[in-house]
Design a protein around this ligand. Structure first.
Ligand SMILES: [Zn+2]
Ligand SMILES: [Zn+2]
Length: 341
């Protein structure tokens, strides 16, 4: 089989490798598509603290079960379409005992701390596979992981029908969050973005998108929400300006969810938090139950006509270097997939 190896800064090679041998409780998944995420771009550009070449990236993938280790008790069957959950946990720490594997003391993330999914066949513990029962479109199935991020974010809120939502950052996750918010019944969803290409993309999904360069962006956002602050804000950009905007725009007693990873932390106007009695919550990775819900949403088909437009380009595995070039440089693209078949 082939695996895509990060062999040096900004360079990937498709190399031959023996198919993995299964151990107890594992299934061999024939990978269909792998998505390129912003964090893969960081790894590719040498900006990740631990993931250094030689390394196999990829934490977004779907595939088809090729075989299951003999004696493994599971309802999964050969031929099932599955999403792969990238978190590996210790099962014995306090967080694991409380069902919070995303906060495990010994957490390992496929495609970040340990080798990921950019290969043709991946051995995966069956507990980390989620089966699609309806959706047969493997490109849509490849969006299960970013949708899982959005599910995890929404579960961190106390979202109620009609609540308005402000999102800083209109990349893949920002737009999926906006789609989810609309699905939830938000009366208003507003995004802010600094990149003009991304602004145009988000507008095509039917959202109000404000220009982050506008010095009056806070006032404009409030005006667009009928003069009101927002019950929920999501900071996805990882930039100080996005953080400041969310903090200012969250309504009294509202929720601010920190999704983006700032490279050097944030300065915080603590008065905003105190005087408005805000609840600020961070989110880190996600859990298998989040992915179960994401897969159910894709299986339901309710959002698929919007989600499919998240995918901008699909490259063959042989053209992965080009795929990364696009993901890194071309902001007119959202999700770039690599076809590993
Ligand atoms: Zn990601
Ligand atoms: Zn643990």
């Amino acid at each position: 089989m082939k695996e895509l190896v990060l062999t040096g800064a900004n360079h990937v090679d498709l190399l031959d490798k023996n198919q993995p041998k299964l151990t107890d409780g594992e299934a061999l998944v024939k990978i269909a598509y792998g998505g390129i995420c912003g964090s893969d771009v960081h790894i590719m550009c040498g900006q990740h603290p631990t993931a250094k070449p030689p390394f196999i990236m990829g934490h977004e993938a779907c595939g088809v079960i090729d075989s299951i280790a003999a004696g493994t008790e599971t309802d999964l069957q050969i031929g099932d379409i599955v999403a792969l959950h990238p978190v590996r946990q210790c099962y014995v720490c306090d967080a694991c005992h409380n069902g919070l594997e995303n906060l495990c003391d010994e957490i390992k993330i496929c495609g970040a701390g340990i080798d990921g999914f950019y290969m043709q066949y991946k051995a995966v513990p069956i507990q980390r596979l989620v089966k699609f029962t309806q959706c047969k479109d493997l490109k849509l199935c490849a969006l299960a992981e970013p949708l899982t991020v959005a599910v995890h974010c929404f579960r961190a809120t106390s979202m109620k029908p009609g609540d308005s939502v402000f999102i800083a950052g209109a990349g893949t996750i920002g737009i999926i969050l906006a789609i989810m918010a609309r699905f939830y019944g938000s009366r208003k969803v507003v995004l802010v973005e600094v990149n003009s290409d991304r602004i145009e993309i988000a507008k095509k999904f039917g959202f109000d998108v404000l220009d982050g360069a506008d010095p009056n962006v806070v006032e404009t956002a409030i005006a667009s929400n009928n003069g009101e602050f927002f019950e929920h804000t999501f900071e996805v950009s990882g930039h100080q300006s996005g953080f400041d905007n969310c903090l200012k725009l969250t309504k009294k007693n509202g929720y601010m969810i920190q999704v983006g990873m700032p490279p050097h932390g944030f300065e915080i106007d603590i008065d905003q938090l105190i005087y408005k009695e805000l609840t600020m919550k961070g989110v880190r990775h996600h859990r298998i139950d989040d992915m179960v819900m994401a897969v159910k949403i894709i299986d339901s088909g309710l959002l698929n006509d919007q989600l499919i437009n998240i995918i901008s380009d699909v490259y063959k595995k042989e053209d992965s270097q080009e795929a990364f070039k696009t993901a890194i440089n071309d902001k007119t693209k959202l999700k770039v997939l690599i076809d590993f078949s």
